[in-house]
Design a protein around this ligand. Sequence first.
Ligand SMILES: NC(=O)c1ccc[n+]([C@@H]2O[C@H](COP(=O)([O-])OP(=O)(O)OC[C@H]3O[C@@H](n4cnc5c(N)ncnc54)[C@H](OP(=O)(O)O)[C@@H]3O)[C@@H](O)[C@H]2O)c1
Length: 260
Amino acid sequence: MTDVTIVGCGNLGSALIEGLSQSGGHDITAYDVDEETLERVATHATRTTTDVETAAASDVVVVAVKPDVVGPVVSEFGPHLAPEQTVVTVAAGVSRAHVAARTDATVVRVMPNLAASTRDMAAAVAWDDPDEDVREMLTDLGEYVEIEEDLMDAATALNGSGPAFVFYVVQAMKRGAVAEGVDPEAAQVLAAQTVVGAGETVLGSDRSVDDLIDAVCSPNGTTIEGMEVLWDSTVADDLGRALAAATERSRELAAEHTDE
Ligand SMILES: NC(=O)c1ccc[n+]([C@@H]2O[C@H](COP(=O)([O-])OP(=O)(O)OC[C@H]3O[C@@H](n4cnc5c(N)ncnc54)[C@H](OP(=O)(O)O)[C@@H]3O)[C@@H](O)[C@H]2O)c1
């Protein structure tokens, strides 16, 4: 069983705690400066604490605070961390170098997302060497891929901001169905579950996405009629531009945290 501490139990920290508690394979310490925040996650954590020394005692310490407080928080934890421990930084735009300058622990950078709470997280990880404890944690929370750190801005856009882009697609599909008379709540369930199922299909198949589209487009059928509209539209380019804009914003934010 890996000991994991989550530092900062806000949106992301609480999602990580929820998911890790469902997986059952972790001793979870929740640390925050706010007692009320800790009360909200207490049922999912093994223990809650406002004591740095207690929080720093885990194999893996995930720093899930806002980017501008990562440096001060790691500096505070630094004296209590040994080289065999791992600090995971999940903050957008904060480099491993920024964190490594403040601790002797091994530093791993992860771009996660809020689907950690349902163990459906998509995460990108950058490390010098694979860290087995972090690997186990990411596997328990969903799917992860290894990337070079200089691609973290793109990952921030793709799987960090990506849920919002997919929510937008769900909303657009829902609106289309409602316009045809479907009840809004029913349309939302059908649109959202269709996204879940399509994602599972892509993950579980060794066929290309284009092949998967072809497979559901029977000649003279309904799907091909809809796909012709999408292929003639700018939707793919527009989603690409959304990704590019989010990537660029991540680069700008990263520039604010460059001190090495
Ligand atoms: N939310 C996402 O979808 C997402 C996705 C990927 C990555 N991230 C990254 O995850 C990090 C956290 O984001 P978030 O949305 O979860 O932020 P958040 O909701 O503001 O959570 C941060 C938590 O840390 C607490 N905190 C502040 N200073 C602290 C300290 N010195 N020690 C311990 N805890 C402290 C905050 O308390 P107060 O509220 O009292 O200040 C809050 O409970 C960010 O760096 C972000 O870039 C977030």
